[in-house]
Ligand binder design. Structure first.
Ligand code: LLP
Length: 426
């Protein structure tokens, strides 16, 4: 459930009409609902209550939507953070997430990033390879610290979904094999600057079927038992993120309750602290991208292009993953308007700047406003200034109130970021 709905003939976010935000801030603009972010986090966290698995660490995957106000909204609900760069660790800290709830993941952490994370005192660094373990041991020793780690395992499970966001097969770059994990865990335990705390996995994103997750988690359970048989202590099991969201027209993902029940069944009696790294399921349906129709271009030979002021630089998911985003006019369509078929495109000079082809929508014209739904995750976070289009702004709604939480840079600000090489100055 989210807090975007039609009222009095218009699309609202909580207590604010989206057209009012479009008017005040301009388009394109991302709008997020605080109540939806809070609800999704709590639904996920509460799903584990009463299942006998203890209180898991829910480390929100910052990459999905890393705006400081979004992070701070989630921090107030008790969220931890799953981070993949020093920048993300800094964002989590700036948003008030304590280091004791910050996990640092990623396949290629630099020595400087590792040092920053160790000094910060993050609760878990997910180590993805032997060279990384060696480097971290060295860095932590130099700093006189003992760092808790989890070994990230690649469970070699096919998660379904788009190949570009599958991470859990052995041909993907993430994590180590089970055999390697056993060896690396033993090595980690022998290193004085390392505390081998657990194991981690993450098999992919937008997963809509529990079967591959169950398979991966069962293998992880086997690994924990195997490690213990070898005399190792295993305190934490990090099962990653990946739970899908109901993008319109897509297979319906399992509800958090069903996910939690499956986890409880698979990990029953294991006596570990569970950790999760959900991103999309918390942020996706908490955000929309509002855009204005520039014009409709009808080709005599048949195609009808709805040209928007939002482009692939603002929302790259359709271009990159053939992702489907529902498009809703801000003005509620009247039941009797017959639908028109459009190719919905942006202004960027690439054929890939096509949000969708052959989409049936109510009749739209220049100046009309539309919202791309389910755009709160991997939307603004992946936006760019390609084609020198100023970075798309972000707005957060809370009840009847809203705030610009990332302003659109002016053209002067955009150009001022690039100092001219001294020899080119006039
Ligand atoms: N943990 C790790 C280690 C990850 O790599 C990811 C996502 C997550 C957690 C969060 O996964 P989620 O719960 O959001 O599915 N840009 C793509 C998605 C890339 C996901 C990358 N890793 C998209 O727009 O679909």
């Amino acid at each position: 459930m989210d807090h975007f709905d039609y009222r009095d003939g218009e699309l609202w976010c909580e207590g604010v009409a989206l057209s009012a935000i479009a008017k005040a801030v301009g388009t394109p603009v991302y709008v997020y609902s605080s109540a939806t972010l809070e609800r999704h986090f709590n639904v996920f966290q509460d799903a584990f209550k009463g299942l006998g698995v203890g209180e898991p660490l829910v480390a929100y995957a910052v990459k999905a939507n890393s705006n400081l106000s979004v992070l701070s909204t989630l921090a107030a609900q008790g969220a931890g953070a799953d981070t993949v760069s020093e920048g993300e660790v800094r964002r989590a800290l700036a948003a008030g997430i304590p280091p004791s709830r910050i996990v640092f993941s990623g396949v290629g952490k630099t020595a400087a990033e590792l040092a920053f994370a160790v000094q910060t005192g993050v609760c878990e660094i997910n180590v993805e390879s032997e060279p990384e373990l060696d480097l971290l041991a060295e860095v932590a020793a130099r700093l006189g610290k003992r760092q808790a780690i989890a070994i990230r395992v690649n469970p070699d499970v096919s998660a379904g979904g788009h190949a570009k966001i599958a991470t859990g097969k052995s041909e993907n770059k993430f994590g180590v094999s089970f055999a390697e994990a056993l060896r690396l865990y033993a090595k980690a335990e022998s290193l004085p600057s390392i505390h081998a705390a657990g194991v981690a996995c993450h098999i992919g994103s937008q997963i809509t079927d529990l079967t591959p997750m169950r398979e991966a988690f069962a293998k992880m359970r086997g690994l924990v038992e195997n490690l213990r048989q070898h005399g190792h202590r295993v305190e934490r099991l990090d099962l990653g993120g990946g739970l899908g969201v109901p993008y319109f027209n897509q297979p319906t993902p399992p509800a958090p309750d069903a996910f939690a029940a499956m986890v409880a069944e698979v990990t029953q009696g294991l006596d570990v602290q569970l950790a999760f790294e959900p991103g999309r399921m918390i942020a996706a349906n908490a955000g929309v991208l509002i855009s204005e129709v520039i014009h409709v271009h009808e080709r005599p030979e048949g195609r009808r292009f709805l040209v928007l002021d939002a482009g692939m630089n603002d929302l790259i998911r359709p271009a990159m993953y053939d992702a489907y985003h529902a498009i809703s006019p801000l003005k509620e369509p009247t039941g009797d308007a017959s639908l028109v078929t459009y190719d919905v495109v942006g202004p960027v000079c690439e054929t890939g700047d096509t949000f969708t082809r052959d989409r049936d929508l109510p009749p739209l014209g220049s100046g009309d406003l539309v919202a791309f739904l389910s755009a709160g995750a991997y939307g603004a976070a992946m936006s760019s200034e390609y084609n020198s289009r100023p970075l798309v702004p972000e707005v957060l709604v809370k009840g009847d109130d809203y705030a610009v939480i990332r302003p659109r840079p002016s053209y002067d600000e955009m150009l001022a970021r690039e100092p001219m090489a001294p020899w080119l100055k006039a």
